[in-house]
Design a protein around this ligand. Structure first.
Ligand SMILES: CC(C)(COP(=O)(O)OP(=O)(O)OC[C@H]1O[C@@H](n2cnc3c(N)ncnc32)[C@H](O)[C@@H]1OP(=O)(O)O)[C@@H](O)C(=O)NCCC(=O)NCCS
Length: 255
């Protein structure tokens, strides 16, 4: 996350960050920010292992809820499936397990480059309807102009439409990328038009994305995939992604 975006988040959008300190040292951190839809917040809490079981996590959570008051009805959180303290903490907050997601990673320095590329165009308010057509048929939601502006306030985020020809009017796919710390990227909302799926276009689009990231000195790409999305899992494995971790997605009420 860029410092610039961190400032915007904290100052303008009620996105809340809380720190826990002990002897002048930060021992815990929690963030609560807008999630996938209005009224849904994304919660993250970390406490150093040597300060576990001292109610620091619980206090950070209470502080965030108090500060953000009625902004969120629902909260979403992710914990590593292998970390029992995280699982127990989410249960303690009264959250319900929603699903499991795989965290995948690819090292672009060993990525098997393909020749075929496509043409990328940034999503702006002028082509937002083209973007929404692909997103709606694949993920059942749309992005309004306000949401787009919010996302693009982060200068590290870019949303792309992919075209097969330079003058083509209909995009074949979309994806969003966020470059983190200059050398790694997080890719999400990858989607190919329904009637164009499983014809090799997704591979061409990701190839273009990776070659551009390599030019920008980005060396790893990470993403999350729903455990039951077999087509996407095959697709990413086929590109060379490896499984890093399994996460549990939790959902609960903000109280
Ligand atoms: C996942 C997705 C982006 C893949 O793009 P695509 O253009 O359909 O994929 P490709 O044609 O390039 O497929 C490459 C490989 O992926 C796998 N794959 C793609 N579609 C698949 C399907 N329906 N079932 C099983 N495997 C599939 C195969 O291994 C395939 O190689 P093969 O053709 O030699 O079997 C696309 O299917 C999609 O938009 N799905 C809906 C949105 C989504 O779930 N996005 C991922 C969110 S994390």
């Amino acid at each position: 996350m860029s410092e610039e975006w961190f400032d915007v988040m904290v100052k303008q959008y009620n996105h809340c960050v809380a720190l826990a300190k002990s002897n002048n040292k930060v021992v815990g951190m929690a963030t609560l920010m807008s999630g996938e839809a209005e009224g849904v917040g994304q919660l993250n809490i970390f406490v150093l292992p040597e300060h576990a079981r001292q109610n620091i996590g619980l206090n950070l959570y209470r502080m965030l809820i108090q500060r953000t008051q009625n902004n969120y009805n629902e909260l979403v959180a992710h914990t590593k499936r292998s970390v029992s303290s995280g699982l127990a903490f989410a249960k303690r907050l009264g959250f319900e397990k929603e699903k499991q997601v795989y965290q995948l990673k690819i090292n672009l320095n060993v990525y098997k480059k393909r020749k075929k590329c496509c043409f990328l165009e940034r999503v702006t308010k002028d082509n937002l309807n083209r973007y929404n057509k692909i997103i709606e048929e694949n993920f059942n939601y749309t992005l309004d102009e306000y949401g787009l502006n919010q996302m693009l306030k982060d200068s590290d985020v870019a949303i792309y439409l992919a075209y097969l020809g330079e003058n083509a009017k209909t995009p074949v796919a979309t994806f969003t990328q966020q470059v983190r710390n200059g050398n790694s990227a997080y890719v999400y909302d990858v989607a190919v038009c329904k009637k164009m799926q499983h014809k090799g276009y997704g591979t061409v689009v990701m190839n273009t994305c990776f070659l551009n990231l390599l030019k920008a000195k980005v060396s790893t790409v990470e993403l999350l995939v729903d455990k039951i999305n077999v087509a996407a899992l095959n697709f990413y494995k086929n590109l060379g992604f490896k499984q890093e971790d399994v996460l549990v997605q939790w959902r609960g009420r903000a109280n």
